[in-house]
Design a binder for this molecule. Structure first.
Ligand code: TPP
Length: 374
């Protein structure tokens, strides 16, 4: 057993040493096999970030959001939870999908919005939804996932399912009213839930310094009557430890936890952003020294389970898989136009039927080349 983390922490909890080592008591947080799995997931995450960004620039994908630099926070949470614990994503948490082994094709089908996308192209790229893997649908208005998690946790408590709901949000989103609604509800009803703030420094161009006048976001926990702690979000083992302990507390009936993970968004906010307009190269450069992938690689080497050769072999194998799967998914046609009118209402009203028929007739004329858009 490792020492439990404090309930409130003023300084971020950290485990990995600069040389990749950790104290003996923390070694068991992850098995050697899990360290290798996490490294493979990070390799894949970086391949996807690079390739999907290129795809967007080539006009083959509408939108992409990278998670480079935040992988330890994102993966660590998924590693620490049980597969049936729902993770309410914000949008930047590709790593959770990779840890839960959601097939790459299902991820690409969502991004492309093709006919095999479970949401039939009705959501923006990165607004994932995978019920079978306990990933509820991402909602575009930021913060809505927080009350969803508080409510899910409460329902799980009433039903006695033993599940814990985790919601991610950015530090900018923590300024939304939904943050208060969720934490207050979760605290009062001892909802087995975890609120994990990825404090990556920026909400698009707005720096974290203007999000709160308090010394941290973690201290807010106290006002809601729940533990609030800070963790080094680029230290995978530390994230696994604090999320694991929060999940154990929640399952034991001791209610929710607020966690603030300190990390950095190494890339742009999204493919519609240029960070050079609002932050210096020196700042971004300083954070590369704390790169979570490099730190985990050093830890893998320290354990003797990872080296450059293995990384190169893993990279080549996964890159090939990404390229071939993408090629297959790009061949899948878009959803049938009829699906626009399906799957929402159980009974279709006569008015909607008329609109559907009119639309389909127009669509037919158009595809036959005989229809001019007025
Ligand atoms: C209610 C709402 N307001 C504004 C937006 C536009 N928007 C999308 S992401 C974002 C920034 C969120 O920043 P943060 O919570 O820090 O998360 P990060 O993107 O850094 O991961 C904004 C303002 C939105 N989607 N929803």
């Amino acid at each position: 057993m490792t020492e439990p983390s404090p309930i409130h922490s003023a300084a971020p909890i950290q485990i990995l040493g600069e040389d990749g080592s950790c104290a003996d008591e923390h070694r068991g947080l992850l098995s050697d096999e899990q360290v290798v799995q996490a490294l493979e997931a990070m390799v894949l995450n970086r391949i996807l970030d690079r390739r999907l960004l290129m795809l967007q620039r080539q006009g083959r994908l509408g939108f992409w959001m990278t998670s480079r630099g935040e992988e330890a926070t994102i993966l660590g949470a998924a590693v620490a939870l049980e597969p049936e614990d729902p993770i309410f994503l914000s949008y930047r948490e590709l790593g959770c999908l990779l840890w839960r082994q959601i097939p790459l094709a299902m991820i690409f089908n969502q991004l492309i919005g093709n006919g095999r996308d479970v949401c039939l192209g009705r959501q923006m790229p990165v607004h994932y939804c995978y019920r079978e893997w306990s990933i509820p649908s991402v909602s575009a208005p930021v913060g809505t996932q927080l009350p969803h998690a508080a409510g899910f946790g409460y329902a799980a408590r009433l039903r006695g399912t033993g599940q814990v709901a985790l919601a991610f949000c950015g530090e900018g989103t923590a300024s939304q009213g939904d943050f208060h609604t969720a934490l207050n509800f979760a605290g009062v009803f001892a909802s087995p839930s975890i609120f994990l703030i990825r404090n990556n420094g920026y909400a698009i161009s707005t720096p974290e310094s203007v999000q709160t006048a308090a010394e941290s976001l973690a201290v807010r926990g106290e006002g809601y009557g729940l533990p609030g702690l800070q963790v080094d979000g680029n230290d995978l083992l530390a994230v696994v430890k604090v999320v694991g302990e929060a999940a154990a507390r929640a399952r034991a009936g001791d209610g929710p936890t607020l966690i603030e993970a300190l990390t950095y968004r190494m890339g742009a906010h999204s493919t519609a952003d240029d960070p050079s307009a609002y932050r210096s190269d020196e700042e971004a450069e300083a954070w590369t020294r704390l790169d979570p992938f490099e730190r985990l690689k050093r830890h893998g080497a320290w354990r003797g389970v990872w080296n450059e050769e293995l990384e190169a072999e893993t990279h080549a194998r996964l890159d090939q898989r990404v390229v071939s799967t993408l090629a297959e998914c790009e061949k899948i046609p878009p959803p049938r136009v009829e699906t626009l009118f399906e799957g929402v209402l159980e009974t279709v009203s006569p008015q909607l039927e008329a609109q559907r028929d009119e639309y389909l007739a127009m669509h037919r004329r158009r595809s036959e080349g005989g229809y001019e858009v007025p």
